[in-house]
Design a protein around this ligand. Structure first.
Ligand code: CMC
Length: 396
């Protein structure tokens, strides 16, 4: 291939230098900006982690207050966007609604469009920040509207005085407009889930974010594209696929025959395996604890017995041991979401809300990187050449 390297799926290609997220796949280590994920999950909040990822350091008190206020002041969505969302089919997948709404947002905020304004917007920090506030603020509202649409209920307006996570739970499930407080265990559990999903270096959707951003398009279009990548069952759609797999297995007795089918490559063990982790995903460990906290409050989900036995059998089976396949973040997250009452098709949406913080951190880093060039991989051409055009009337 001359000087080119053939690397399908980018197994061995670094496309950027980054200071955001560190993974040691052999040791099962994950750090955001140098802080261990366990430390952040136990002690921080999602909005603080979003600030850390995007701006590079933990905020002081004033910075955190300002940041939270800015985001919560951008939670309302334009009335026309609401109309657009209302025009979807009654049973539209909420992820399709999220992706389309995010993409439509580029038309509501042309100030962020370099095609209209010129690439100089990437030198204007205030303008870039405004898009960040909007995307992080409006995503939970779009997600909640998609959920309300799916269950045939009116959409709820946000309440900006609640915390980020409380407000999201409120919009999904408004019980009363006054004194609304979701159970603190559930708010904390969801916040922890948001923290551990916030970034994961160059996973497929973040690589997509960087790839699209390398064209200098507006961030709404890039986030919509990244969310499209995340929707796939091999990526963020895996949490939905895990739940459907556990329901399909149905009982502990059926696990061995299911694993046989996986080994014969007729099925894939969803929620297992990872491009980078060749040991236990540290996020899956955190999630096991969160699962128990949620079960203590809401009761044990019977799917958990299938998940635990499936994990036990897979981790002692030569097929999975030889290939270093361990549970990943999606293996337990779906059971938590289900126990909390989320419908299965909301799971990738719940992944997208926090991952937007990571996408935006990579957006800021990439558009200010002096090494940035448009992503343009090469191919190995195997097709025909030099054919002569045959008129339609002469083709057999
Ligand atoms: N079930 C069964 N076999 C598997 C699995 C699995 N989940 N994952 C990998 N393998 C096998 C694969 O068939 C291959 O075997 P062989 O060498 O015999 O051909 C070997 O392990 C190496 O797999 P690969 O497909 O080359 O690995 P990859 O790095 O290209 O894929 C992955 C990584 C995450 C797409 C894959 O492990 C997978 O499909 N997992 C299930 C879906 C899933 O849980 N995705 C969530 C990933 S973590 C969070 C996220 O990104 O959203």
């Amino acid at each position: 291939f001359g000087t080119m390297i053939y690397d399908p799926g980018y197994y061995n290609t670094a496309v950027c230098k980054s200071n955001i997220c560190y993974i040691d796949g052999e040791k099962g280590v994950l750090e955001y900006r140098g802080y261990a994920i366990e430390d952040l999950a136990n002690n921080s909040s999602f909005l603080e982690v979003a600030y850390l990822l995007i701006y590079g350091g933990l905020p002081n008190n004033d910075q955190l207050t300002l940041w939270s206020t800015k985001i919560m002041n951008h939670t309302f969505i334009h009335e026309n966007l609401i109309q657009l969302m209302k025009s979807f089919r009654y049973d539209a997948h909420p992820m399709g609604m999220l992706i389309s709404s995010m993409s439509a947002m580029s038309t509501f905020y042309p100030e962020a469009n370099p095609a209209l304004r010129g690439a100089d917007i990437y030198k204007n920090k205030a303008l870039m920040n405004k898009q960040i506030f909007r995307i992080l603020g409006k995503l939970p509202t779009i997600a909640a509207c998609a959920y309300r649409h799916r269950i045939g209920r009116p959409y709820n307006n946000p309440i900006n005085t609640l915390s980020f996570t409380e407000n999201f739970l409120y919009m999904l499930d408004r019980l009363s407009e006054t004194n609304y407080k979701p159970h603190p265990t559930l708010t904390r559990a969801l916040d922890k889930l948001f923290i551990i999903h916030a970034d994961h270096e160059l996973n497929c959707s973040t690589a997509t974010m960087r790839q699209i951003s390398s064209t200098l398009v507006d961030p709404y279009t890039a986030v919509a594209g990244a969310a499209g990548a995340l929707y796939g069952p091999l990526h963020g759609g895996a949490n939905e696929a895990v739940l459907r797999m556990l329901e399909h297995i149905g009982s502990v007795e059926n696990i061995p025959s299911f694993l046989e089918q996986v080994k014969q490559k007729k099925q894939r063990l969803m929620g297992f395996g990872h491009r980078v982790y060749k040991s236990y995903d540290p996020r899956a460990k955190i999630l096991k604890d969160v699962t128990n906290e949620v079960f203590d409050l809401l009761g044990r989900n019977p799917l958990m017995e299938i998940a635990i036995e499936l994990e036990r059998l897979a981790l002692t089976d030569k097929y999975f041991v030889d290939r270093q396949l361990y549970p990943n973040v999606d293996f337990y997250s779906g059971i938590i979401y289900k126990t909390m009452g989320f419908p299965t098709d909301m799971f990738p949406v719940l992944f997208s809300i926090p991952r937007a913080a990571g996408w935006l951190a990579h957006w800021v880093e990439s558009v200010s990187d002096p090494d940035l060039r448009i992503f343009r991989p090469r191919q190995v051409y195997l097709g025909k050449r030099g054919l002569k055009y045959v008129p339609l009337s002469q083709r057999s």
